[in-house]
Design a protein around this ligand. Structure first.
Ligand code: ADP
Length: 160
């Protein structure tokens, strides 16, 4: 059993992310959700807000931790003693990008392996950006993101 890191922006966390987190928490000894500080990206939520939201929705999963990070993923992995990069896969288009990233990370540090978990079919269309788009247009996001964060999303969008 290994320690894995699930990196991403999670702006915001969706039910697709959460499903991968729950399923992989049964596969790995410990799972760290790595929340990327991405100053160049125009995020809806600050990194600290995203960390708090994820902590709140994974609090019942005792082997899941949430950490923010910037810079190289490999550096966070070395700091945390993690051997595996966990990624979710939705489509062929995800595959092309993820294959490139996995090869690059393996070149940077051959001791790290990337493991992919297929999304559940019912979440295969779901992304943080599509959730934001629906919410901005006033659509219903119930079932797309954890219930607890729906008020946060609506409040944040209304304040922008
Ligand atoms: P998004 O693409 O939604 O903005 P992130 O960049 O935060 O998401 O992605 C973090 C990780 O979660 C990536 O490995 C991505 O492939 C995975 N992921 C995103 N959405 C889903 C989903 N609906 N099902 C499974 N995995 C997903």
């Amino acid at each position: 059993m290994k320690k894995a890191i699930f990196p991403g922006s999670f702006d915001p966390i969706t039910n697709g992310h959460l499903d991968v987190i729950k399923r992989s928490s049964r596969v790995f000894e410990e799972l760290i959700v790595g929340v990327l500080v991405n100053p160049e990206k125009n995020s809806l939520f600050t990194v600290d807000e995203r960390v708090e939201q994820i902590k709140n929705v994974v609090k019942h999963l005792s082997n899941v931790k949430v950490k923010k990070f910037s810079g190289l993923l490999i550096e966070l992995m070395n700091k945390e003693g993690a051997e595996v990069i966990l990624k979710g896969l939705r489509s062929i288009s995800d595959f092309e990008y993820e294959f490139q990233m996995a090869s690059l990370n393996n070149k940077l540090d051959p001791s790290k392996e990337t493991v992919f978990m297929m999304t559940k079919a019912k979440y295969s269309y779901l992304s943080s950006s599509s959730v934001k788009q629906v919410a901005m247009l006033g659509g219903c996001i119930k079932g797309l993101v954890p219930e607890e964060i729906i008020p946060d999303i609506i409040k944040k969008i209304n304040s922008k």
